[in-house]
Design a protein around this ligand. Structure first.
Ligand code: NAD
Length: 483
């Protein structure tokens, strides 16, 4: 990777990005490239080499070669290397920001948080892998039976553009800790920080081939990677449509898949809640401009406080000025998609309370929209059912607890739900009834220790927490006759 000179810590000019295979940058032949443009101003920021089936073959062969030696190291030794990488990442926060912010448009504080979480993954899995072990099974004196968690081999990882470093770190840390090697294909729009991570892993002592990065589009690189016969496990984060395609390809070879897909998560606010704290959780729709799979994009409010609460939300949203306090939308396609939902909301008859338009003036060169709240949204409307992935809230009133549950579950997704109430018995009833992989009550904070994944169309399997290590291993049973 090369960059043109810039201010300390922040690159200017166009970053030239190559694949990272077998411990070095690779450009095969007269490679085709694609230009990534800035969400902030539309100018070119990165030139990405576009790989193909041959690139994938080289990367998978490298990871397959690296696998036996990596698998055979003591977990503690792998763990120390991952912890070392974590320290290097923290020390290189400015360089990661210089790589990722121009492509994603994240605000500086959002990037700091992303870097911290990413480094945490390597620290956590580097330690917790030492607690991964099998069981002995009592079959009587004549047989000795035990289980061993074993890595799969080469893992194919495919990530989206909204959290390139965090999503790469989340999967790679768990996969490597468990003894697998990884070929990762980041989104073609946000590849820089993933290449930087792989490069840094080499400097931290992780052998060449344990992490390979192939760049390019989903069809030209992602599909050959998923189809490759030496790939033994697939971990995908992205949209439901692509997740289905990948699951179908994996089914042809009967390869297991971990799918982290989209969400349309409800934030349920009862009238007895601490409304100040409920308000601040509602405003997290502005984090990364709503481009988060876990965004609480459906606001369900008990009728007695409905109108006053949404007016408070609207007043706060109006303060989040695009640019300083609200990031742009990362890709041009995403920008157009969000504008399309403004039209859809109007056609479907939702009440616009604030926002609902792109930013104008100097910000019009970028992909900025105003934070938006629609009220009186009904389940039949597109903005109630479809993931927008923008700073757009859809608010709906409810009258009873049963109606709140029915509205919360009226979705093909089931990633996250949030509930606000001072009635702890009701909180527990809601947590039990809501169909989601995570239920947050009164703003409880999740961590990298807490498993994360979806019910229904939001995915298969779990990332984060110890649970993830179990997904990156398969169980072998050994039985030895002792007589
Ligand atoms: P996407 O599905 O379009 O692309 C994701 C990745 O898949 C990219 O690297 C892309 O190049 C690749 N890809 C596309 N088509 C492919 C194919 N046919 N075969 C193999 N790979 C292919 O998603 P996106 O637009 O980049 O990301 C936004 C989506 O990701 C949203 O739906 C969001 O909810 C989801 N997401 C989920 C999580 C989670 O953990 N649950 C986290 C972040 C984002």
């Amino acid at each position: 990777m090369t960059t043109t000179a810039g201010h300390p810590g922040e690159a200017v000019g166009v970053r030239e990005l190559a694949h990272w295979i077998d411990g070095r940058p690779v450009r095969l032949g007269p490679a085709r490239t694609s230009l990534v443009t800035s969400p902030e101003h539309g100018g070119a920021v990165t030139s990405v080499v576009l790989g193909d089936q041959a690139t994938v073959a080289d990367a998978v062969a490298s990871s397959a070669r690296a696998f036996p030696a990596w698998r055979d190291r003591a977990p503690a030794e792998r763990g120390r290397l991952l912890a070392g990488l974590s320290r290097q990442m923290r020390a290189a926060a400015a360089e990661f920001a210089a790589a990722e912010r121009p492509e994603t448009g994240k605000l500086p504080a959002e990037m700091d948080a992303a870097l911290g979480t990413s480094a945490d993954y390597f620290e956590y899995y580097g330690g917790v892998v030492r607690a991964l072990f099998g069981q002995t099974i009592q079959l009587g004196a004549a047989d000795h039976a035990f289980t061993t968690p074993e890595p799969y081999g080469v893992v194919a990882m495919i990530t989206p553009w909204n959290g390139p470093l965090t999503q790469a770190s989340r999967g790679i840390a768990a996969a490597l800790a468990a003894g697998n090697t990884v070929v990762i294909k980041p989104s073609e729009f946000t590849s820089s920080s993933t290449v930087m991570l792989a490069e840094m892993a080499g400097r931290a002592g992780i052998p060449a081939g344990v992490i390979n990065v192939v760049l390019g589009t989903g069809v030209e690189v992602g599909e050959p990677l998923v189809r490759h016969p030496d790939v033994r496990l697939i971990a995908f984060t992205g949209s439901v449509v692509t997740g289905r395609r990948i699951a179908a390809l994996a089914a042809e070879r009967l390869v297991p898949v971990i799918l982290e897909l989209g969400g349309k998560s409800p934030n349920v606010v009862f009238a007895d809640a601490d409304l100040d704290r409920a308000l601040s959780s509602t405003l997290t729709i502005c984090t990364q401009s709503g481009q988060q799979c876990a965004a609480l994009s459906r606001l369900l409010v008990e009728r007695p406080v409905y109108e006053s609460f949404i007016q408070r939300v609207a007043a706060e949203l109006a303060q989040r000025t695009p640019g300083d306090r609200l990031a742009p939308l990362t890709t041009q396609a995403q920008f157009r998609k969000v504008l399309g939902y403004f039209d859809a909301a109007q056609q479907d008859g939702a009440r616009l309370v604030t926002g609902g338009r792109a930013a104008d003036g100097p910000l019009a060169q970028g992909r900025y929209v105003h934070p938006t709240l629609y009220a009186d949204v009904r389940p039949g409307m597109r903005i109630f059912q479809e993931e927008i992935f923008g700073p757009v809230l859809a608010a709906t009133p409810f009258d009873t607890e049963a109606e709140a549950v029915a509205l919360a579950n009226n979705s093909e997704y089931g990633l996250v739900a949030s509930v606000w109430t001072r009635d702890s018995a009701r909180a527990l009833r809601m947590a039990r009834e809501i169909q989601a992989g995570q239920v947050i009550v009164n703003g409880g904070r999740t961590g990298i220790e807490t498993p994360f994944g979806g019910y229904k169309q939001s995915g298969l399997g779990r990332e984060k927490g110890f649970e993830s290590l179990l997904h990156y291993t398969q169980v072998k049973t050994t039985v030895v006759a002792t007589t």
